[in-house]
Ligand binder design. Structure first.
Ligand code: NDP
Length: 329
């Protein structure tokens, strides 16, 4: 028997605790090729909000009353799969629960070593890979570029700031509040904007980048995207990664500077991190080298206990995290 979070109803607007229930869930039989994993760390991610809606997307919606899924890191406690032994550490998608029986084909072993295992849910996992390929492959950012990144104190954004600095770019980050701005600067950003301080975001960005920006890494959408459009140089490239400002809202975004896409020949490219699955080896070797060289600092916000998982998830939408939001089971 496992304890697992289920979705009891589909949220309208901002989800609440009432949309979730912690239940006892039967574990499947451990057949050939399967492993039983005790989860140590769970990831909560903004994209999960989209899975709570009953709409067709690049991942299917969560089923009502069934254990939810998400990134997790755990330890193999029983194995009937070749190549997986008790004690192995794995990253897999049966999160939102304390224990899971899963096909070993859906789990990836992670090394025992100096790197904390939860890092494989952060800068050495999906958010880090999103930052890496979004910046370097989607936006084709290169040394000398001026890069603007929103949600710069978060999991993806804090990686974008540091990868861009390591690659010789000028970086401007935005985040909510003075503490987060100080953090973004401490990660190496050349300037940081507190978007909650009030005033025009386009003016603040224009002051930080008087010659304009070459690249925008969008995590937020809405007013941030509009400010980036206002300040884009000719032929600027935008990696459209996320638009968290709109995830709980039915209101359409108002973009005053949309038409600059034409006059400034701005390229906007949306992407999903899984588009780059075939290049995961490149990510591990190059990002791994930056981590090993101490060029990437990983911040984490940790909630304690499986019970806190919905609280951790909801915190993503109120800026309750610095760096990667995690649950320690
Ligand atoms: P973060 O760790 O950045 O957490 C979310 C942050 O977003 C919060 O800490 C908060 O920071 C900020 N935020 C929340 N609501 C708003 C709002 N209304 N306006 C402005 N900022 C807001 O999350 P991730 O790093 O995991 O994800 C960042 C973005 O990347 C998300 O949009 C996500 O959906 C997207 N993503 C896309 C992927 C892809 O494949 N395309 C893969 C992974 C992530 P603050 O306090 O600064 O406001």
């Amino acid at each position: 028997m496992a304890r697992a979070w289920t979705l009891t109803s589909r949220p309208t607007g901002m989800p609440t605790h009432d949309n979730f229930a912690l239940v006892d869930a039967d574990l499947p039989t451990l057949d050939d090729g399967m492993i039983r994993v005790r989860n140590h760390w769970l990831s909560v991610d903004p994209y999960m909000r989209g899975r709570m809606n009953d709409v067709k997307s690049y991942v299917p919606p969560f089923a009502i009353g069934e254990p939810m899924q998400g990134g997790a890191v755990g330890e193999v406690v029983e194995s009937r799969a070749d190549g997986f032994a008790v004690g192995d550490r794995v990253v897999h998608m049966a999160g939102w629960r304390d224990e899971a029986v899963i096909p070993a084909a859906g789990a990836q072993k992670i090394p025992h070593g100096d790197i904390p295992m939860q890092r494989y849910l952060g800068h050495l996992g999906m958010p880090g890979m999103t930052a890496w390929f979004g910046l370097l492959a989607v936006a084709e950012a290169k040394a000398g570029d001026t890069v603007f990144v929103s949600a710069a104190a978060g999991a993806v954004g804090s990686a974008v700031v540091q990868i861009a600095k390591a690659k010789g770019m000028t970086v401007i980050g935005s985040a909510g509040g003075a503490d987060k701005v100080a953090l973004v600067e401490s990660l190496g950003a050349d300037a940081a904007i507190d978007y909650k301080a009030g005033g025009s975001l386009a003016k603040a960005l224009g002051a930080a980048a008087p010659k304009g920006i070459d690249v925008y890494f969008d995590n937020v959408g809405g007013a941030h995207l509009d400010a980036a459009l206002a300040c884009a140089r000719d032929r600027a490239r935008f990696a459209i990664c996320g638009m968290i400002e709109g995830y709980n809202s039915a209101e359409p975004a108002q973009l005053r500077y949309l038409m600059r896409i034409i006059s400034a020949r701005i390229q906007l490219r949306g992407f999903i991190v899984s588009d780059f699955q075939s290049r995961v080896g490149e990510f591990y070797s190059e990002m791994g080298a930056l981590v090993a060289a101490g060029k990437i600092r990983s911040e984490e916000t940790i909630k304690e206990g499986l019970e806190t998982t919905p609280e951790a998830f909801l915190g993503l939408f109120s800026g309750g995290n610095v760096g990667k939001m995690l649950v320690r089971v």
